[in-house]
Design a binder for this molecule. Structure first.
Ligand code: F6R
Length: 609
């Protein structure tokens, strides 16, 4: 959410800033800006409402060959998206870009009488506060930044430059990521390492409470208490292909199509089909610790929460004597929840930076429970703060709507559940079918993606684009899958879509069924199949427009559309069904002419509350 870039070196700063911002655009795209400084410190500030393309047009008229600058792409929190509210913000000689929220900005603002505020943002207040300590520029900028940050309550990742010292950038972080890339005679700043790919492979990930003064050939990291930090230089693992569209029209479609490979990465080295075992090294729990687990709490937001919910339906099928609670992080962090002894919390997050999920992690740790991350972004804050974890290894997910991460999160959590079951002595004969199906899943997804079904879904979508509402229905494991399907549909097609447990239908939602609605029914074979069939009939009897996704070849009710899957899988058939939901939502968004990768009002990685 929001993106920061910075450059100091010998090359054209504007070029790096704008290309970096394009890579980070998925983190926020309602306005953007850059400032560069020439050798005398003269600043060129360019800001524009809307996408980076608008910023680029403005830039075309103000081309500079400056070699230092900072930039930002914004997802508005304080103040509407506008040029005035876009970053960088200026106060005196300094310019600031900021991710996060300054919670006590009103109180601070009331004390900053000498600054003429031009925006509605909390960021301008921080700029003015830093300036109040810097003023004549006689003391180092880094000192002024530290003094200001000591008064701030909230979260920040920031980059600051001053016209009085056009050779250095000061950066700091607390709760919002910041990476310092080390190049040859150049230093690059980004809030997400993807902006640095192709420029350098070496980077320092700042930790909370650290501040750094960087020039083209030096990086000095300190804590806010002025203690020097010998920061670890790490390797950036992602490559350029992973953050490009690779011939697809949209990142979302690329990421849906990538699922056979991304899931295979999740499984690599962890599934032993010969001996029917799962090996997960990352959680770092001994057999004795695994045996002791009595309660699992699964924490996440949005798709990560639904992944947790689906995984918990599976885990409870084969782990006796364990209770599982799945919770929405934004709620859980403020509940007075009692955490029973011998609990382990699974902290689920693609980005590893989601503010609410991170807050829960910290709270749960305080209460003494062990925390295990189910994270994608390597080196992210959650990945660093959990006691142990399992990376899902799906590579960068650029489309705002999460797809490949969901699939791998579910399976990574099920594998963790199997690890507990193995330790608790659950019979191999019970676990075997889960392990066998997990191993087959990448190929089964591939079979689906290479069948006629994606085209059939595309054709079918045209018919449903005129509807205003969608209801997603399922029982048992198909219910959380339906929730995820409905979320995907609403976030990219802007269609009002909601999911219900099929059994709940006649307790209220059945009243909705009319010609404005279509109903997507996820119908896996299994114990509750016949009951779900009765539910479908109830909807049909009331004039519903039903689309059924099923792996039951004999399904023959007179519904509007049937998507029949041929798969060897029984247990994990809902994962395949979810891929169809992803394709349905994708085609719907395309049919409606929406911005598929960057849906309105949203941004990837929600680093504010
Ligand atoms: C939906 C979506 C969001 C995220 C949620 C959590 O498609 O992407 O609901 O799943 O914001 O994000 P992470 O997993 O990064 O914590």
């Amino acid at each position: 959410m929001c993106g920061i870039v910075g450059y100091v070196g010998n090359k054209n700063a504007q070029n790096f800033l704008v290309s970096g911002l394009k890579r980070l655009e998925y983190r926020g795209y309602d306005s953007a800006g850059v400032v560069t400084l020439d050798q005398e410190g003269n600043a060129t500030l360019i800001r524009a409402k809307g996408k980076i393309a608008n910023l680029e047009s403005c830039m075309a008229k103000k081309k500079r060959d400056d070699v230092i600058g900072i930039g930002h792409t914004r997802w508005a929190t304080h103040g509407e998206p506008s040029e005035a509210n876009a970053h960088p913000h200026k106060a005196g000689s300094i310019y600031l870009v900021h991710n996060g929220i300054i919670e006590n900005y009103k109180e601070l603002k009331s004390q900053l009488k000498n600054h003429d505020f031009k925006s509605d943002t909390d960021t301008e207040v921080l700029a003015a506060l830093i300036e109040s300590f810097y003023q004549d520029g006689k003391h180092p900028l880094v000192n002024a930044v530290v003094q200001a940050l000591k008064l701030v309550k909230g979260t920040y990742g920031i980059a600051v430059v001053s016209e009085k010292n056009p050779e250095e950038i000061v950066v700091a972080r607390s709760g919002s990521p910041l990476v310092v890339g080390i190049g040859k005679d150049e230093t690059l700043i980004a809030s997400d390492a993807s902006a640095l790919i192709g420029h350098t492979k070496r980077a320092i990930y700042l930790k909370d409470g650290e501040v750094a003064k960087v020039s083209k050939d030096s990086i000095e990291v300190k804590t806010l208490n002025a203690e020097p930090v010998s920061a670890k230089v790490e390797e950036i693992e992602t490559n350029l292909a992973a953050i490009q569209k690779g011939g697809y029209d949209h990142f979302l479609l690329k990421e849906i199509m990538e699922q056979p490979e991304s899931l295979a990465e999740t499984l690599r080295g962890r599934v032993d089909t010969k001996n029917n075992l799962v090996h997960l090294g990352g959680p770092g729990l001994s057999e004795a610790e695994l045996r002791k687990i009595k309660h699992l709490i699964v924490v996440g937001c949005g798709t990560a929460h639904y992944a947790g919910t689906l995984a918990s339906y599976y885990i409870e099928q084969f782990t006796p004597e364990i209770t599982i609670e799945t919770v929405v992080a934004s709620e859980y962090r403020y509940r007075q929840a009692y955490i029973p002894k011998d609990s382990v919390a699974l902290i689920v997050s693609q980005s590893g930076e989601t503010a609410d999920t991170l807050a829960c992690l910290r709270e749960i740790k305080k209460q003494g429970a062990k925390t295990i991350g189910i994270v994608n972004a390597i080196g992210s804050t959650i990945a660093r703060e959990v006691d142990g974890g399992t990376y899902v290894h799906v590579g960068p997910e650029i489309a705002v709507a999460s797809t490949k991460a969901f699939t791998s999160q579910v399976i990574a959590m099920v594998m963790f559940g199997i690890t507990i079951a193995q330790a608790k002595g659950v019979k191999n004969t019970i676990l075997r079918s889960y392990i066998e199906e997990i191993a087959k899943l990448p190929d089964e997804i591939s079979k689906l993606l290479n069948s006629d079904i994606p085209n059939a879904v595309k054709t079918m979508t045209q018919k449903y684009a005129k509807y205003e509402h969608g209801i997603y229905l399922g029982r048992d494991v198909a219910y959380p899958t339906a929730m995820e399907g409905a979320l995907k549909m609403k976030e990219i097609s802007y269609l009002d879509a909601n999911a219900y447990a099929f059994g709940e239908l006649k307790h209220g939602p059945l009243a909705l069924v009319d010609d404005r609605f279509f109903e997507v029914v996820l119908l896996p074979k299994g114990a509750l199949y016949e009951k779900a069939i009765s539910n479908v009939q109830e909807v049909l009897a009331r004039g519903g427009h039903v689309i059924v996704i099923t792996n039951e070849e004999h399904f023959d009710l007179p519904v509007d559309d049937i998507v029949k899957i041929t798969t060897d899988l029984e247990i994990f058939a809902p994962i395949i069904m979810n891929v169809i939901s992803q394709l349905f939502a994708y085609n719907m968004a395309v049919a409606k002419g929406n911005n598929v990768d960057q849906p309105r009002n949203l941004a990837k990685s929600v680093t504010v509350e």
